[in-house]
Design a protein. Structure first.
Lengths: 327, 332
């Protein structure tokens, strides 16, 4: 087992139970339904997918904010699947989370200083003022901000505070769930650049969960595409974006509008909606919307297999051919 | 140049608040012709949504509206509420970002679309219902006859937005204002909705005012673009003027700040320092000046004198409000 692996997920499942009532039988929402994923040191893995794909749930299971229903979570080579409470604390020093909405994830009644002290206190550390100021500097804020309260900041600044809080315990891996989707375009770029700078300065690794495929491309080394709780394609960012192998990835990428008038896009418009994760389709989860689906797709779920022998893998019986992929 | 259906001249919207007067929109002009699409682009606080509410006569009571809003040459500002009600939903319709809050959870979607029709047409309930089903079918709701009986919560986000669009189009409006119509939707669903809006325009010649922060969507569907900053127009022009010949440092900044999905990423995104100002916080000079990289080159004027829209090279009505006379070079 290499210590280069900061995070390893093996067959992770997360089901949410919906309790039954006299009017409804008990059902399970299969938010994450069997995911394998490895994040290595220094790497940024982008997790993309649409609403209901399970990407945020997977992020929360990875940071052990949620318990997996099945499967195994390893952080820094250590099996943490069943760790709880105090025994989870040393693990939390290695992996931290940045949330989407800095408005909702910062306590409005705490000053920035108090907010930044909290992660230290959870680790039974008393931080010095210099340490707090250092954190603020790392995210482009300054000492004068320590005594201020969240409402005195703009959205972008609040997200910087959220990042500073995550950096407090010097984690190796940051899991960022939609870190810029609540921000204006001009501010979004600042935060994306900040994430890139922190990676270079501190040697951080990221799992970046986002629905915006352009944002993910900007910062990711590797991409995992999720659909209905499973990873349908995974590989180096450049390869997945330039020649997607899964029909879903291809459709997804083709749907993103490009800021260039007259740009010719070979768009595949999918019909219908994502099926419910309570009762996902048999076999391939995407087959109900797929333009290539055949009978075999309904039988067993395809597993991730290498495309052209590389690090690029796809779970599909009829992956896009190289010709289709580059068109 | 085709005759404009909707013309807005020197629109001012000021909110009376406890903290004093807040000028959310401080003098903008725009127009849109039959079958054309005007995109209004801007960030939070730029006044883009307030402008659309003003056109619809949907401002809250503490807002003061000045200027002209002409629909087919008819002045809408100052019209009595019952006159406005005849126009709203009939000649001009609005599609909001959040379809769930635009629909009433207690009524079937078919009833709600029919209701919108009956408000403006003296028809029987049955005829209105048939019209509603036709509209639901037109916006791509499968088995519309059946689905008309369903309630909003029984639809997905994309399907709900289709219902809202059906409701907006049921009276065959001349102008459709869509305020971030796809922001809450997934990208594959966004593609469906944008295609639907384009089809509707081709078929009915509807003029579309699209309010959006997504430059990708704008590049794809707009004919003309108005870039708003702090309640004023920073730049106006054709979509190609804006994307290929942007003359305002803010427009250029926005373009540089946007990551692209179709080309390998740049090492760093261009950024605009700081964040958008709150309305009215910058009283003299150029509102963008505190964030602008070119202000040093121009000097004092940016701080003392507000730039007016002046013509720029382009396809026609390309104008920018910036003291920097020539085109700024792209900063990366």
């Amino acid at each position: 087992m290499s210590t280069d692996e900061l995070l390893r997920l093996d067959g992770v499942k997360k089901y949410f139970g919906l309790r039954g009532s006299p009017f409804r039988r008990a059902v399970a929402v299969k938010a994450v339904d069997g995911v394998d994923l490895v994040v290595r040191r220094g790497e940024t893995v982008g997790l993309v997918g649409e609403s209901g794909s399970g990407k945020s749930t997977l992020a929360r299971v990875s940071t052990r904010l949620l318990d997996p229903t099945a499967g195994r979570v390893e952080i820094g080579g250590q099996d943490v699947t069943r760790l709880r409470g105090r025994r989870l604390r040393p693990v939390r020093r290695k992996i931290q989370m940045v949330f989407q909405d800095p408005q909702a994830s910062l306590n409005p009644r705490q000053s920035v200083g108090t907010i930044l002290t909290t992660p230290f206190r959870a680790q039974k550390i008393r931080p010095t003022r210099a340490q707090l100021v250092e954190l603020l500097h790392q995210v482009g804020l300054s000492e004068e901000h320590l005594e201020r309260y969240p409402h005195e900041f703009s959205g972008g600044q609040r997200q910087r505070i959220g990042i500073a809080r995550a950096l407090a315990v010097r984690p190796e891996l940051l899991v960022c769930d939609e870190p810029v989707s609540a921000l204006d375009v001009s501010v979004q770029a600042q935060v994306l650049n900040l994430l890139a700078d922190l990676r270079d300065e501190l040697g951080l690794s990221y799992v970046l969960v986002a629905h915006d495929l352009a944002v993910v491309r900007q910062v990711s080394d590797r991409i995992a595409v999720m659909y209905l709780g499973t990873i349908v394609e995974e590989g180096p960012a450049a390869e997945v974006y330039s020649s997607p192998a899964h029909p879903y990835t291809r459709a997804l990428l083709s749907a993103v509008p490009v800021p260039e008038p007259g740009a010719v896009r070979d768009r595949i418009v999918l019909t219908g909606d994502v099926p419910t994760p309570i009762d996902p389709p048999s076999g391939c989860p995407f087959r109900t919307r797929c333009y290539k689906a055949e009978d075999v797709c309904a039988t067993t779920r395809p597993v991730l297999e290498p495309v052209a022998g590389g690090a690029h893998r796809v779970a599909c019986y009829f992956p896009e051919t190289p010709l289709e992929r580059t068109s | 140049m085709p005759e404009p259906v909707l013309e807005v001249h020197d629109l001012h919207v000021t909110f009376r608040t406890e903290g004093g007067l807040v000028p959310a929109v401080a003098g903008i002009d725009f127009s849109v012709a039959k079958g054309q699409t005007l995109a209004i682009v801007g960030e939070s606080g730029s006044g883009k949504s307030v402008s659309s509410a003003a056109v619809m006569g949907l401002l809250p009571p503490n807002a003061d509206l000045k200027g002209e809003v002409l629909l087919d040459g008819r002045e809408l500002v100052g019209l009595a509420q019952d006159e406005l009600r005849k126009i709203r939903g009939n000649d001009i319709a609005l599609v909001f970002q959040d379809a769930l809050s635009a629909l009433n959870p207690y009524y079937s979607v078919g009833w709600q679309v029919a209701e919108a029709y009956r408000l403006h047409h003296h028809v029987s309930k049955k005829e209105a219902h048939q019209r509603a089903v036709r509209m639901l079918d037109l916006v791509g709701i499968p088995s519309a006859e059946q689905r008309a009986k369903a309630y909003p919560h029984e639809f997905s986000g994309g399907m709900r937005q289709r219902v809202v669009i059906a409701m907006a189009l049921v009276n065959d409006p001349k102008v459709l204002i869509a305020d971030e119509p796809t922001t809450a939707l997934d990208v594959t669903v966004q593609a469906q909705i944008m295609r639907l809006l384009a089809d509707v325009q081709t078929e009915f010649g509807t003029a579309l005012v699209l309010i959006s922060h997504d430059l990708g969507v704008v590049a794809e569907v707009a004919d003309d673009v108005l870039v708003m900053y702090a309640g004023r127009a920073a730049e106006v022009g054709s979509v190609r003027d804006l994307f290929f010949r942007a003359a305002h440092p803010y427009s250029l900044g926005l373009l540089g700040a946007m990551p692209r999905v179709d080309v390998p990423p740049k090492r760093r995104l261009a950024t605009i320092p700081g964040s958008p100002p709150s309305p009215g916080s910058i009283e003299t000079g150029c509102a963008f000046q505190p964030r602008c990289a070119y202000t040093e080159r121009v000097g004092e004027r940016c701080i003392t004198e507000r730039p007016e829209l002046t013509p720029r090279p382009g396809e026609g009505n390309h104008e920018a409000a910036c003291h920097l006379g020539r085109r700024p070079e792209v900063t990366l």
